[in-house]
Every structure is written in structure tokens, then in C-alpha cells.
Write a protein that binds this ligand. Sequence first.
Ligand code: LLP
Length: 420
Amino acid sequence: MDHFEYRDGVLHAEDTPLTAIADAVGTPVYVYSRATLARHARVLRDALSILPRVHIAFAIKANPNLAVLRVMQREGLGADVVSGGEMARALAAGMPASDIVFSGVGKQAWEMVKGLEEGIGQFNLESEEEGVELAALAAERGLTANCALRVNPDVDARTHEKISTGKAENKFGVPIDLAAGIYARLAALPGLNMRGVAVHIGSQLSSLEPFEIAFAKVGALIAELRANGQTVTHADLGGGLGVPYKTGEVFPSPEDYAAMVARATQGWDVTLMFEPGRVICGNAGVLLTKVIRVKRPSNRPPFVIVDAAMNDLARPAMYGAWHDFDAVAPSGEKMVAHIVGPICETGDTFAMDREIDAVAAGDLAVFRTAGAYGATMASSYNSRGFVAEVMVDGDRFAVVADRILPEAISAAERVPEWLD
Ligand code: LLP
């Protein structure tokens, strides 16, 4: 459930009409609902509370805005980070270093050192090479890094191939059949405290079955590690639970997910860690846009040209993703149209032949479920600048990320004197 609803014919975020935000901030603009973010964090936390020991680390990549992170911090969540930049954001949002988990296949030495010096809670190692490097960096400094070994269970998450991470051919983790040997070699190194295993098979999963298959493999690995005399106190089960993007779609609930985890992890006797992203923030945001004009080729469906584009919301262009499109003040009439942005490539298409609210030049509309992997994946392609972000709280709202104008971006560029 989210807090974007029509009142008196106008779409509101909580108690704030989206028209007021467009008037004050302009479009396109991402709008987040604080109450929805907090509610989703709480619903997930409550669902997972049936498990004995739980640590929830919000996957910052889904929405790294500092105000969003502060909402997560106030709900008691830690952070899953994949870069020094994300680590800095988690700390800036007030998340304790000990609640930070550092994932990612390409951790660089400076990022590992930053994590060590800040005292982050856990490094999820993605290769033996990375573990050896971290061990040396830690030992040099007289420090010990808590680590989990990320395994690749070779399970098909049945999601879009670009966001599938647990198949043998994907770059993530170590092959699960080699994990026991790698774990033992890393556990013998000074500077590392090997304490667990981690797995994340993909994002936007619509079925619990692939999770359960992967977790069963992790359970078998934990038993094998213990039989070999290794210590395992933590298991990080990653993120990946999907959300509905189309009206009417039904996804497993957090309660269903938690019940599956309880079943799959029975007897593990570990702290279970989770890295949810989309399920918390996806439906907590919309991208508010304005129709520039409707272009009507004589014998084809019209093109609704909006002021948002693939640089602001990349998911449709990148993954063919669906985002519901709704008028802010619908007339009740419908039309069938293609929805496109102003960017000069055909990939800048949000929808083809879609039945939508009838709209005309100047009308406001939203792309729904844009709170995850929206603003954070923006670019400045076609010199369009970076979109602004707003957070609503009841009947008040604040700009939580300024619009970055094209001039500000070009101001960072230089023409060398030898071109004068
Ligand atoms: N943990 C790890 C190690 C991850 O790689 C990810 C997402 C997550 C947690 C969070 O997954 P979530 O709960 O949000 O599904 N840009 C794509 C999604 C990429 C996901 C990358 N990893 C999209 O727009 O669909």
C-alpha cells in the first residue's frame, strides 16, 4: 500500500496535491512519500520479526537520497553499500558503521581501507582474491574485518537477465561448490574474521521458489563449513523481493517471504541478514512529468511527448520495464498512445500502444513505482541536467535534491588552451 491517492480528482502524495509540487519545483521531479517509505520498512521488519536474529540493511543503490536514508535510519535499518560513495552516504545519514554491509565485485583498496577505518559491520567478499587483498590491508593496520563469503548458487531467479545475479555465468560471488575451500583458506588469514555466507540471486523476483532453492544450497554449505570446523554465525540472504509495477499484479508479500525464510533456514542458528531495496522504496515514489505536446500522425496512435525522458527514468529503455502512467487530474476519458520523452533516440520510449488517461499539452502525469532505481540511475544525456527530488510528509514537502541544471554540468568542463 502506498500513499499516492486521488482526492477531489487530483492525485496527492499523502496530503499534498502533486499540482502544488509541480508549481513550486517544476517538472520533471521525483516525489517520495515519507509515510510510505517508513511504512514499508516497518512492514518488512515486522514480517521478519518471526525469525530469531535479524539485521536489515537497506540496499542504498535503490535510492541513495540522503533524506530517504534518514527515514531508513529512523526506522532502525542499516545499509548495504557497494561503493565508497554509498558508504559515505550511509554514514552521513547517521547509520552506525557497525550496521553497514559492503557488497560488490569491484571493491577498490581505498574503499576497503575506508570501510576498515570506519569500522563497518561486514564485508561481503565476492572472490578469494578480494579476501586476500582485504586481509593484507586489515593486518597492516592491526585491524580485523568481519566477513561473509558471497556464493553463487547457480540458480535462475527468473527475472530480467540484466538484473539476475545468481547464475554460474554471472560475475557475482564464488561458485558454491568451491566455497568451502575458499572459506577455509580465507579464515586462516590474519586480518579476517570469516563469520558467514552471503547470497543474492537477483532483483524484482516475482516468485519465492528461486529464493528457496538458493537458500537450501546455502544451508547445505553452512552445514559443510561447520563440519569442517569453520565458524558460521551470520547468513546474508540479500534482497530481491519484487514489487508490482502494473495495476493488478500480485507479488509475494513480506509475510510470505518471511514464512519461506523461516522454513528454509530452520536450525541454521545464525543472525540472518537482509538487503532489501526495491520492496521498501519502489512504490514510495513517482516521477511527476508534464505533457509537452501530443503529436498525432494521421494514421497511427498519437505520441504523448512528456518532459521526462530516459535520462531521468532509465528502466523502460534499459530493461523494457513497465511503469503505470496516470494523469494527475484525469478527465475520465481514455486514449491509446505511445508515451515518449524528448531525447533523440527511439529507445526514449516509456510505453507503446498503451491505454492511458486522455492527456493534452500542459497536463501533469506520473510514472508510478519510480522510487527505486529511478533518480539514482539518471544521467545528463542530451544535456538535460539532473532531475530534482522532493519528499512529502503529510501536507508539507521539501526539495531533497536540487535540480542540477545543464549549465552547472558544463561548468565542470574545460577547453584546453591548445584548442584555442
Ligand atoms: N543486495 C545486492 C548484493 C544487490 O546487488 C542488490 C541489487 C540488492 C541487494 C537489492 O535488490 P532489491 O531488493 O532492490 O531487488 N537497476 C535495476 C535493479 C538492479 C539491482 C541490483 N542489485 C532495476 O532498475 O530494476
